[in-house]
Write a protein that binds this ligand. Structure first.
Ligand code: C6P
Length: 411
């Protein structure tokens, strides 16, 4: 049955050439979008056009190509600013991805504001990228990592979060959407509560930005990170949004070209925002490709994306819940994009491999969120993750594939 929402998915799918292929003789059903999403033709063409016509280093040359490439690079920064509704393009820092954005904040803001005995609050559903950088900082400084527990549905225990905050808390770092569970966290309320203690909040938006409209001013968050490759842009590029005053006060992350204003052997003064945090030749093509992806998403509209995916998620949840021996991991009331599950008597990797033979691409494993697996008493799950180009037929193919898995294992 076709989706009940208005998105013209048949037309949209034509924009994604990779989807029109067969694997193992079966039509590709791509349900691994949380790992990385596919790229529309306009993104691929933007990359090709850049390398064919404009390739030059930015902010350095006086020649025509350098001017063109600088102009496209900075135009993309403006697109990201508008996409996130940031107040100023100086607040948009290009990094390699969500991981680098979090490490940047840990190594700059964290190292200057966190001392022995201070506390950093994260949640029990974080991706390793939003655990390990804070653990490293805590080890270095003698600080303490505090963890907000989650309930059996995979929702944050908000009352426990409120109890964790105190005068030693220096930062709260939580995911907007969990990659392993799909839970949408109440980030606006988290920010409000943390701010009542004057504690800044970093939001890991890697799994939110592909699925919903994100407005950093409305969220009132202090830092927000995401990766281009999960929002239909190229790999190797991502964004750190930071509140201007915080970024101004932070020391640089890396030293090198473009992040300086003047250098002598005695003293270096640093460039203005955002360049202070963009040392060395950046991923110019990646930034331009991300700009093209944002143009594409603007055309489709994030509200239409969210509505379509909500329909798919509900359809998929109903379908998977009706399969005997299958347990959904992550049943939060507010969810986006993710159907994570285990099947009695079947290792998730085996399920993933059999699904692949049926043309269905999913991820199996701990999803770089081992504490989540521990919380639910499993070593791994099989995870189907959605994008707006997926259809109810894709979900039907997943369900048929799971039946095949059960046949093979006679469960
Ligand atoms: N999650 C997944 O399959 P990078 O690798 O820097 O682009 O993104 C890291 C990251 C940070 N936070 C969250 C919530 C994430 O989901 C991810 C990446 C992928 O779930 C690859 S492990």
């Amino acid at each position: 049955m076709p989706s009940a929402t208005s998105l013209d998915v048949t037309a949209i799918r034509k924009d994604f050439p990779i989807l029109a292929q067969q694997v193992h003789g079966e039509p590709l059903i791509y349900l691994d979008n949380a790992a990385t999403s596919q790229k529309p033709k306009c993104v691929i063409e933007a990359l090709t056009r850049f390398y064919q016509m404009d390739n030059a280093n930015i902010h350095r040359g006086v020649h025509q190509l350098s001017e063109r490439s600088t102009q496209s690079y900075e135009a993309a920064r403006g697109k990201v600013q508008r996409f996130l509704n940031a107040a100023n393009s100086r607040e948009i820092i290009f990094v390699r991805g969500a991981t680098e954005g979090i490490n940047l904040v840990a190594q700059t803001y964290g190292r200057t504001h966190v001392s022995a005995g201070d506390e950093i609050v994260i949640s029990a559903m974080e991706h390793h990228s939003n655990i390990v950088p804070w653990q490293m900082l805590c080890e270095e400084k003698g600080a303490v990592l505090r963890v907000i527990p989650i309930n059996d549905r995979g929702e944050l225990e908000f009352d426990q979060f409120e109890k964790l905050l105190n005068h030693r808390t220096r930062l709260v770092a939580v995911s907007h959407v969990s990659n392993a569970l799909g839970t949408i966290n109440p980030v606006r309320e988290i920010v409000n509560t943390a701010h009542s203690w004057n504690v800044p909040v970093l939001i890991d938006g890697a799994q939110a930005v592909p699925h919903m409209k994100v407005d950093v001013r409305n969220l009132d968050c202090d830092f927000y990170v995401f990766s281009s490759h999960k929002v239909f842009g190229p790999t190797g590029i991502g964004v750190l949004y930071g509140r201007e005053q915080l970024l101004e006060d932070m020391p640089p992350y890396q030293g090198g070209g473009d992040m300086i204003s003047s250098v002598t052997f005695e003293k270096t003064t640093y460039n203005d925002l955002p360049y202070k945090f963009e040392a060395g030749t950046p991923n110019i093509a990646g930034v331009i490709g991300l700009g093209a992806a944002i143009d594409y998403l603007d055309q489709i509209g994030m509200d239409a994306v969210a509505a379509h995916e909500h329909d798919l998620l509900e359809y998929g949840t109903r379908a998977l819940e009706s399969i005997s021996g299958l347990r959904l991991i992550g049943t939060a009331r507010e969810k986006a994009g993710v159907l994570s599950f285990v099947i009695d008597g079947v290792h998730p990797h085996d399920a993933g491999t059999i699904l692949d033979r049926e043309g269905v691409a999913v991820r199996a494993g701990h999803h770089c969120a081992q504490p989540v697996m521990d919380r639910f008493g499993v070593s791994a799950t099989t995870r189907a993750s959605l994008a707006f180009y997926n259809t109810r037929e894709d979900i039907d193919a997943l369900v048929a594939g799971i039946q095949k898995v059960k046949e093979v294992f006679t469960v």
